[in-house]
Design a protein around this ligand. Structure first.
Ligand code: ADP
Length: 346
């Protein structure tokens, strides 16, 4: 240790002042020195010096962490920590280990999620009221509307639908995120052709984009699938919504549902004749909050969460989402959902 610290007492005071729990390990992972924050974290041990780090942090994989330099761990009853391992170059094989608590971050996330939950909940009810009353206006019982008035009311209904979709995505980005998910997947045998038919028939295409009403083609046989229908519905709605948003009003949208040639997957494809996506951009559109810039997109609303949600949903099903696209020609987004449970239905 003396060769490690040339000015030992001053280095010890610096390390002691660190808020992170900090320890010095030798080459094989034995603790040779710890600061007071580290002591406070492991008070159940009378003395931690000369213990191996894996006795304090179960599963600590020293060779792996030496490679990456960091990891995230959960300690029983103490919460989660970011863990950093730095070599001490002139120390002859010594390493500095830092444990940084994620508690403030987790508490901030909980507060954020709770505020989001309240806001999204409180926004949803007035939106339901607006769309309910707008729907009523279209009923003949309330008097005949002019063509222009019908168009305006339909615009209101479609805009309310878009706002509801944004609220849904804000919620889904949290509940379906593989990293932070608290949503418990509910897999059961489902007939995806029924679900897609229902989604397409109730989908509200904005009145100025009537040529984009999705045309559904179900290619029998469609086997029963073991999947979470709520999640799949959200993934499909996101793909249809994007096809409508990113296709000019003269285009068209087709949806195909079929079994893969090797019968291992159901494939649901949403094809549009819209703006398309360059090869470069196709690599990043599934990341959280990525929205592509193009002058035609200036008025298009979105959060950049839709495809992130779709990808998370597919991963949780052991499936994949794939994109094929050409700029200014159109895009096809396909969901590959594994068939784990099969009985031919359609
Ligand atoms: P949002 O639509 O809310 O911006 P998404 O995550 O659903 O977020 O999509 C990310 C980006 O990918 C979009 O902003 C858009 O630029 C691009 N994109 C998605 N779907 C399509 C599509 N069908 N055609 C062209 N671009 C698309």
């Amino acid at each position: 240790m003396d060769q490690l610290f040339t000015s030992r007492s001053s280095l010890q005071s610096v390390l002691n002042a660190l808020l992170d729990a900090t320890a010095i390990l030798d080459e094989v992972g034995t603790l040779v020195w710890v600061n007071s924050a580290f002591h406070d974290l492991f008070t159940s041990f009378a003395d931690v010096i000369q213990l191996h780090v894996s006795q304090l942090i179960p599963g600590f994989d020293l060779p792996a962490i030496k490679e990456t330099g960091e990891d995230t761990i959960a300690l029983d009853g103490k919460g989660s920590f970011n863990l950093y391992l730095h070599p001490i170059n002139d120390g002859g094989g010594f390493w500095m280990l830092q444990l940084r608590t994620l508690k403030p971050l987790q508490e901030a996330m909980e507060t954020y999620n709770e505020s989001l939950r309240i806001v999204t909940h409180d926004l949803r009810s007035p939106l339901t009221t607006i769309s309910g009353f707008a729907d009523m206006l279209l009923q003949p019982i309330h008097g005949q509307l002019t063509e222009r008035q019908v168009y305006s009311v339909k615009k209101i209904i479609a805009s309310v639908g878009q706002m509801t979709h944004i609220i849904d995505n804000l919620q889904d980005a949290g509940r379906f995120d593989l990293q932070t998910s608290f949503y418990v997947m509910h897999q059961e045998p489902i007939d995806l052709s029924d679900i897609v038919r229902r989604i397409v028939s109730s989908y509200i295409t904005p009145p100025e984009k009537q040529s984009l009403i999705p045309q559904l083609h179900v290619h029998a046989p469609i086997p029963i699938l073991d999947a979470d229908s709520t999640m799949l519905e959200r993934a499909i709605i996101n793909l249809i919504d994007n096809a409508v948003k990113y296709t000019p009003d003269t285009g068209s949208i087709e949806i195909h549902l079929k079994q893969s040639d090797d019968a291992k997957h159901l494939i649901l494809s949403v094809m549009d004749t819209g703006y398309g996506i360059s090869e470069e951009d196709q690599k990043r559109i599934f990341e959280r909050h990525v929205r592509l810039k193009r002058k035609e997109y200036r008025k298009i609303k979105g959060t950049g969460l839709g495809l992130f949600i779709v990808q998370n949903i597919m991963r949780q099903h052991g499936g994949q989402v794939k994109v094929q696209s050409q700029l200014d020609k159109g895009s096809t987004f396909s969901l590959y959902i594994p068939l784990t449970y099969r009985t031919t239905l359609t």
